[in-house]
Design a binder for this molecule. Structure first.
Ligand code: UDP
Length: 388
């Protein structure tokens, strides 16, 4: 069997690329996945009690890109779901992103009212203000509010999650969870928010069921594909391969020279409980004392009816491959970014190689970004094929 393209990794990015190459270009595509399942980190499955859970932590699909929603809708029906998060601050659960309701819960009525008025007049009704920006405010009342939110909701959570203070990582990271000048208590504001009705694994399986795709699970890249560094060539099963090699794994794994890239990891502790409900919303964040950052209860997001319930605790940690951990988050320090750039530069000699997705591009993609990015890479790759 000869193939026109190879895709390493059957996660979301790899699946989009494989599906497009097979359906739009009529190519035969070999997909190699080292895990024993497809769908990457959005993999979901029924646990022993029959509750649909996300093995690698909660995945909430949301997008402001209609073309991404339309693309994925070819492979799944959707269950409407708007994500809501509460944060446990001083023993009570308050809406997160921190909003006007959260302020009322945390301050006495007069002060809360004054803070809300100050926020609205400074930023406007409905504004979404990054915490690090709010901390720059000169108004003492806004300063007090910013300090409270920073200390109670961000600083310890961020140091658990990243092992660093909020200022030490890219400002974009904490800006993902702004302070909201309204009573909107949704975690995301995108117009399209839903989860695949039969789950992410079923959606990705439908993508990879495209004729022309050959998927091999439990198959690490080096079982079939070798990079010939001397000549800048790619070998498949020992023979020269001249088509695109789409690689969605950790880029440093391909580089013989240079330091390993740093990642943050998570330890997930899944539990099934013999009670119908554990907490009032899908996710409760624990920004302070606990070693975990959040607990997610899956039934809230899938809408599944079951007499028991399944939850997952997330414990952030450094990435240590020997401990069976997974590399979930790239880091945004200058050293990490410089190492990544060096690795890309080394690999530039392989002109067929396309690093794709959150790991290989070392970027903090949400799922919709990953799909959008893969669709755009596909367009670039397909252009010469279509013209030729
Ligand atoms: N964050 C925080 N406190 C919270 C929630 C988030 O400090 O209660 C910060 C933290 O640095 C986190 C970032 O905001 O890494 C982005 O949060 P998000 O929920 O988007 O992270 P993800 O779901 O991707 O892990």
């Amino acid at each position: 069997m000869s193939y026109q393209a190879i895709v390493i990794g059957a996660g979301l990015s790899g699946a989009v690329m494989a599906e497009r190459m097979a359906s739009q270009l009529g190519w035969r595509v070999l997909v190699l996945e080292q895990r024993d399942h497809l769908a990457g980190n959005c993999f979901d499955e029924q646990d022993q009690a029959g509750v649909l859970i996300h093995r690698y932590g909660p995945h909430l699909f949301h997008t402001d890109k209609p073309e991404v929603a339309a693309y994925l809708s070819q492979f799944t029906a959707w269950h409407d779901y708007q994500h809501r998060v509460l944060s446990r601050i001083d023993g009570q659960l308050v809406p997160l992103p921190f909003n006007l309701t959260s302020i009322e819960r945390c301050f006495l009525a007069d002060k809360a009212q004054a803070m809300s008025t100050a926020l609205v007049s400074r930023f406007g009704d409905g504004a979404r203000v990054p915490i690090l920006m709010l901390r720059q405010e000169a108004d003492p009342l806004l300063g007090e509010l910013a300090e409270f939110i920073y200390q109670k909701a961000f600083v310890n959570y961020t140091s658990k999650q990243w092992g660093m203070a909020p200022e030490a990582i890219s400002q974009e990271v904490t800006a993902r969870v702004p302070v909201v000048v309204s009573r909107d208590d949704r975690y995301f504001t995108d117009p399209f928010q839903a989860v695949p009705q039969a789950g992410y694994s079923a959606m990705v399986a439908a993508m990879l069921a495209q004729p022309g795709i050959e998927l091999h699970l439990s198959t690490p890249m080096d079982a079939r594909v070798v990079l010939d560094w001397a000549q800048g060539r790619v070998l498949l099963d020992g023979e020269l391969f001249s088509g695109p090699l789409i690689y969605t794994g950790m880029l440093d794994e391909l580089c013989p020279d240079g330091d390993a890239l740093p990642y943050r990891s998570l330890r997930f502790e899944h539990r099934h409980l013999a009670q119908p409900q554990f907490q009032p919303v899908t996710t409760v964040n624990y920004p302070n004392e606990e070693a975990y950052t959040r607990i997610t209860e899956f039934k809230h997001l899938t809408g599944q009816v079951h007499e028991g319930t399944s939850i997952v605790y997330e414990y952030p940690c450094g990435y240590v491959p020997e401990q069976g951990l997974e590399p979930y988050y790239p880091l945004f320090t200058e050293t990490a970014q410089a190492r990544y750039a060096a690795c890309r530069a080394q690999l530039a000699r392989f002109t067929q190689l396309l690093p794709l997705g959150r790991l290989a591009e070392y970027r903090y993609f949400d799922m919709d970004d990953a799909v959008d990015n893969a669709l755009q890479h596909f367009q670039r790759l397909a252009q010469p094929c279509r013209e030729g």
